[in-house]
Design a protein around this ligand. Structure first.
Ligand code: FPP
Length: 227
């Protein structure tokens, strides 16, 4: 059992609603993503005041390549800017970066920046795991293949070969913007996670919303299939 005292150690978020946020304000979609990054920044700053040991964020799915070239470029540029501007703060705040997904297939300069950020934050005590070019089904296939190469395919060996190996078990999965689906995110890890779907659009999601989500989680009774 991952939680003895009702405190969430690992929280994951599907950050949805940037486009709708921008549309409601008659702004370009890019502005929605920009404000989305600001919401990420505030949340990461607030981690030290929570029980969270690992926060996993769905930043770019393997399906997001289907968006327009302009939007993909925009998201990649935001990524570059975010790493550059926030890396010193991660280091100062003891945040350890972890990446899940097929991130080595991203543009070479982003891969290099990420490698550098991984190395520079490797001593951090709280983990920020960012899903980049991530797909949950592909992750399971990849883990099963590796498990087979190593010997036996079991739940344990698949688990040990997921991108999340070594992180605490997923306790709580949040999706913003009122959509109620997993969109290929952490499919294996979500097996016993609690789910929370909130109507707030991602750019409006604040550390206070996260606190409320943690309180909601603490009041849930988790049985893990037992009684
Ligand atoms: C969903 O909004 C959001 C995304 C596809 C990307 C999430 C990315 C960020 C918050 C910025 C990048 C993150 C980091 C860590 C630098 P949507 O565009 O699908 O919104 P919509 O459904 O309202 O159109």
């Amino acid at each position: 059992m991952s939680v003895a005292d009702g405190q969430a150690r690992h929280v994951a978020i599907i950050m949805d609603g940037n486009g709708r946020w921008a549309k409601r304000k008659h702004l370009p979609r890019a502005m929605g993503h920009r404000r989305g990054v600001e919401a990420v920044r505030e949340l990461v700053r607030s981690l030290k005041d929570t029980s969270i040991e690992c926060l996993t964020l769905y930043a770019f799915s393997s399906e997001n390549w289907k968006r327009s070239d302009d939007e993909v470029d925009d998201l990649m540029n935001l990524m570059r800017k975010f790493i550059k501007s926030d890396l010193p703060e991660f280091i100062a705040n003891d945040v350890k970066l972890h990446i899940i997904g097929d991130w080595q297939a991203l543009a070479p300069d982003i891969v290099a920046m990420l490698e550098d950020a991984l190395e520079q934050t490797s001593k951090g005590s709280r983990t920020l795991a960012v899903a980049l070019n991530y797909g949950g089904q592909a992750e399971i296939v990849h883990a099963a293949r590796r498990a087979a190469e190593q010997g036996e395919i079991t739940e344990k060996t698949i688990d040990a070969n997921l991108f999340t190996a070594g992180l605490p078990p997923l306790d709580l999965l949040i999706r913003t913007s009122g959509e109620v689906r997993l969109s290929n995110f952490l499919l294996w890890q979500a097996a016993y996670a609690e789910m929370l779907f909130v109507d707030t659009l991602w750019p409006d999601f604040t550390p206070e919303h996260l606190q409320l989500a943690l309180e909601d989680f603490a009041n849930r009774e988790r049985r893990f299939g037992g009684r």
